[in-house]
Write a protein that binds this ligand. Sequence first.
Ligand code: KG4
Ligand code: ZN
Length: 336
Amino acid sequence: MIVLGIESTCDETGASIVENGVRILSNVVASSADIHERFGGVFPELACRRHIDAIIPVIEEAMAKANVTPDDVDLIAVAKGPGLVGALLIGMNAAKGLSIAWKKPFIGINHVEAHLYAAMMDPSFKNPFPALGVVLSGGHTLLLKINDIGSYEPIGTTVDDAIGEAFDKVATLLGLPYPGGPHIERLSREGNPKAFSFSAGRVKKNPLCFSFSGLKTNVLYAVKGQNGQGKTEIVNRADVAASFQETALRDVVLKASLAIKNFECRSIVFGGGVCNNQRLRDLFSETLPEMDLFWPPLNLSQDNAAMIAGLGFQKMIRNPKGDLLDLEVQTRIPIA
Ligand code: KG4
Ligand code: ZN
């Protein structure tokens, strides 16, 4: 089955052709991160304008690179949410339009679930369920139990900022470009992770939930002083970055380790842009040497349409009807 995947939840316009859920024939991503850089975060209207300009050329490029025609496509899969409403509508309407024009079925896909499926597209992936799913992205910080593709139980989430958002905001505080995660990782290599004793939040009612707003305030005070009004001595930015990164990532490893015990998971499946972070990968390998760890390939950890097409195939073989054309986008979707 040849699936055209379409992704437009945030600031990446993506289209991809995937065969039978795993074989990626093309994966095209156009990012508008450059225009958001001076705002230190995604500016929704500007992201939408870029999606409008990019969506058709990106789809055409994905089809051309995969050497497929509309006749070859068996299914159109589109990210239906969660995400920015205007951005989602552009991908959704493109998918519906093509579905009508080409007379092909279409299906809406949960973007967060697709982040986890990205790691399952690796040929080395074998059925390790029940698994702990760990989604670490700009919009999500989630622990969940995966019983099977499509069957999830929520374990923990963030009560304030997503982890990637915290990386991006700390990067802005340190004068680094947007998106800040990779810059924080790079700068951290030159710093001492023990220079500052920062701490990640504990959520009283649920020890498996996350809170990063206090950690962000730790960084603000370290950089700008207690009242955020500017500081006299100059701080070593690499030490701040390294201390922040180490604290945030160790918090994820700690809570994931606890979740594995409590929920008797046999492996961990990771998803989301923060999973590109090598320190995160090393910390998990050191802490859980016996555990099967399934990371997304580096080109599939950030937003892309291959994961949407791949999961579209999986959903279609389970429910061959697909979705009706009145399917609405959803800015928020509970995964379980
Ligand atoms: O999954 P993604 O592309 O988009 C969302 O669905 O949110 O994730 C983007 C996030 C950004 O916050 C970015 O700073 C972060 O992933 N990120 C990283 C790294 N690479 C990307 N965070 C930490 N270390 C990295 N190497
Ligand atoms: Zn994402």
